[in-house]
Design a protein around this ligand. Sequence first.
Ligand code: NCD
Length: 316
Amino acid sequence: MWTHRHLLGIEDLSADDVDAVLDHADTWFERSRGTERKAALLKGRTIINLFFESSTRTRTSFEAAGKRLGADVVNVSSSGSSVSKGETLLDTAKNLEAMRADALVVRHSSSGAPAFLAGRVSCAIVNAGDGAHEHPTQALLDAFTIRRAKGRLDGLVVAICGDITRSRVARSNAILLGKKGAKVRLTGPRTMLPTAAETLGSSVTVLPRLEAAIEGADVVMMLRIQNERFADGGRGSAVPPMSTTREYARTFGLNAAKLASAKPDAIVMHPGPINRGVELDPYVADGERSVILDQVEAGVAVRMAVLELLLAPRAA
Ligand code: NCD
């Protein structure tokens, strides 16, 4: 039984909550593949996407998800809004609340921004990525994609590779996969690995070499270096994240030769946007083991499930 008013992070969800989202998403996934995609479940509801950071997939799929459920969806981004004139996050949110928005889908560079709003406005708040903290719908759509490909999450070995410390995707995935009984291996350059990985759960191990993390894995999830989270945008940091892009690609990029040590039926994932030739060889990104576009398709269905659980009348 779903009892949450907001979706702020995977940390707040039980394993049963995760199953509820994935099970509801199954229905929307099948329906979205048919010709009659639109439902009337959220007719008359208003969902506002409030994005303070760039987005292609997350914003568009929340919009598609809301519209497929019959809701009105409005997009606000920081660049074209009064945020660029100095309005605070809370004032912006209170103004959108005054327009009788039912949900605010919030992406922000500060960890905790969605939780801050959840206590201060009456709308349901959905975290669409807050700093390096959480990206719950990404982890849910990743779990959905893995479950469809492998039939389960329990007992799988999932290698998550790249800029772990600055990645909200890595954090949300590690927490979710741990709750669902998967084993998570984190790998990346030393400067991008957490020092206290045990806070992510006992199912998480940190390995310094990509090859060791990938060996025998069922799932290999590659991540982009989060340059925007370095104080100077990653251009001239006191401690450079990695000497050169070429060096990064050589040691922590995934190519077909390295992938050969994973399970023969291992799948390759990436939340996007991909930096081709850096963390992922184009041949692998577009290869038969890649489920990257399946993740994108799952994103709409999973966000429909989340909006349904948060906003639909309780009989649902
Ligand atoms: C991720 C994000 O914004 O955290 N992208 C996404 O939502 N699909 C990962 C990233 O930007 O690298």
